[in-house]
Design a protein around this ligand. Sequence first.
Ligand SMILES: [Zn+2]
Ligand SMILES: [Zn+2]
Length: 185
Amino acid sequence: MVDTRALGHRPGSMRTLRIAVPLDAPMGLEVLAVPPGDEVDLDLRLEAVAEGVLVSGTAAATAVGQCARCLIETTEPVVAGIRELFAYPESATAATTEEDEIYRVVDERIDLEQLVRDEVVTALPMAPLCRPDCRGLCVECGGRLDDLEPGHSHAILDPRWAALRDRFGTGSPESTDRPPAGPGE
Ligand SMILES: [Zn+2]
Ligand SMILES: [Zn+2]
């Protein structure tokens, strides 16, 4: 909660707000969030305008999550741009807008938490990556391709043989005997 009385409802009056706010709950989504205990750096300008208090600036933090391709932990810097009006209760904006559609000045104070939370979550990437060209996981062994030797691959079993193996049960993998030929072979 930030007290806005100093602005005195005088359009043009302004103050800046630079604070680091520690979080008591994660800010983000399951796959990527700013963890509790971390801080969100607010660099904001609070400006009185005719209809209320205009808040603009940035909220910056570092989110922690999982690479969408290779699943290792990854960190993602987030800078959310903020520009939002908190309407005075007596303003035309407040009178003509539904309760939950806009932010409001309540008892000469504004609650920045929900605004910052909304903007930071919106600024998070949907699919975080440990690096932009992460190659993900090997579909055969699940190894992380960036950690494996270049050209990592597995012997590909001929799909016709795989079908035979499925039908007749798995023979000894060391066996060099050709399995019985199937129809159409
Ligand atoms: Zn990755
Ligand atoms: Zn592999």
